[in-house]
Design a protein around this ligand. Structure first.
Ligand SMILES: [Zn+2]
Length: 87
């Protein structure tokens, strides 16, 4: 069943933009604003607190089939970074 999917290993600006938009809606824990980086042949999502996520190809329950990617957290970042900005 062929379909157009983003690929975590393709370095195109529009993929970075879609990853950034998706990260805002799906990464929890009060993180953000996010930035994206394409390094070592794959995409990463970075938060200003130091947290980072690897972007991986994915499908199945909980995965938007039009997106076809998921986020796997690599670094937790500074736990206190976001507290000062809230409330
Ligand atoms: Zn953060």
């Amino acid at each position: 069943m062929p379909r157009l999917r983003l690929k975590s290993t393709q370095n195109f600006p529009h993929i970075g933009a879609e990853i950034l938009a998706k990260a805002k809606g799906s990464i929890e824990g009060g993180h953000g604003p996010f930035d994206t980086a394409f390094e070592h042949g794959q995409w990463f999502v970075l938060c200003q607190c130091g947290a980072s996520w690897s972007v991986v190809d994915a499908e199945g329950p909980g995965i938007d089939p039009d997106f076809g990617l998921d986020f796997e957290q690599l670094e937790d970042g500074d736990e206190d970074y976001h507290d000062e900005e809230e409330n």
